[in-house]
Ligand binder design. Sequence first.
Ligand code: PMP
Ligand code: GLU
Length: 399
Amino acid sequence: MLSQRVKNLKASPTLALAAKAKELKAAGKDVISLSVGEPDWDTFESIKAAGIKAIQEGQTKYTPASGTPELRKAIAIQTEKEVGIKYSESEVTVSTGGKFVIFSALQSTIDPGDEVLIPAPYWVSYPDMVELAGGVPKIVQTSPENRFKMTTKELESCLSSKTKMLIINSPSNPTGEIYSLAELKSIVEVLKKYPRVIVMSDDIYNRLVFTSEGIAPHLLHVEPSFKSRTLIINGVSKTYSMTGWRLGWALGPSEVISAMNRYQSQSASCASSITQAAAFQALTGSQEELSVALKKLKVRRDFVFTELQKVSGFQVTEPQGAFYIWPNISSFFGKSFNGLKINGSKDFANALLEDQMVVTVPGVEFGQDICLRLSYALEESRMQEAIERIQRFTEKVHG
Ligand code: PMP
Ligand code: GLU
């Protein structure tokens, strides 16, 4: 019954683990989920009110497939503030979440056999989405020595005449690392030798940063001429805690954006009109609640970083953005828990769940087996409890 295309398609591991955590909770288990990447605080009141108002005022019909003109304009203005480049409304498209926008962008640019460079560790969905577009995911391995950020040498070793796209995600899911302007500059210099390569800059966490600038550096800052070959991806899910509202966008060359509009018009039609009104409020309203949320997030980052350093066998670096921490747990490999050998991150995560009811995402899902991803966007007392449980678990692992 099934198409070849979906026969080997796996479900998103992050969503699957989050669903598992919910199931365990519903079954009465005292589970702590550090699995899914979403803020635990509520969507801000002013945004909710804008959604309710849109319903009451009858903004409940189809919108253009590319999104409402007001929202596209607000996105262009916001993006100009972030990357210093002007975009017209025809260079912006909106759809149902950053994830679908990435999917639609790949469908619109990738032909069978085209290679898409994906630095590992990567967000779980990139390789599968590239394959669904008929492309070939080419994984660029990075190393802990460079905080899992791609060096120019690593990049150059994977570039070829087959390369069609490079995906950059900074701050990174899963590491929370940010590329500096200097690092982006050196990447840009390499890419200048490959004019065919499009850059997909997944900026979904770009405002969730703990640096004084309040925004992650961007490759368009260092090389504005790359506007003609860069696709920016962003959305409201993470910044405004609107993961369930489903809204994301892309900005880029109008040729690609109009192809994405056609693709979206034949698939999702448009993002929810109500969500678009709420997203307009999110972007144009006061950003006060966002700065409060960020301060809270930074306290949690400091807490989790300090506490995880005390867990023996865990090696952690301080994340600079997003809400993930990415401890190296490879010191446990080859050791045993309850007679079972821990041979990789999946074994570690499974044993931790079984023993302590703490859900984490094994690094192998992100293309890097030696680590574990923990999402720390949850209440501090629960996070503290989670770390105590992790500590108790590690004490039961023997060499
Ligand atoms: N990119 C990255 C790196 C992410 O972690 C996510 C989270 N799901 C997305 C894109 C897409 O998010 P959404 O579809 O909720 O906008
Ligand atoms: N991006 C989030 C995560 O990595 C949400 C889940 C998903 O879309 O896969 O957990």
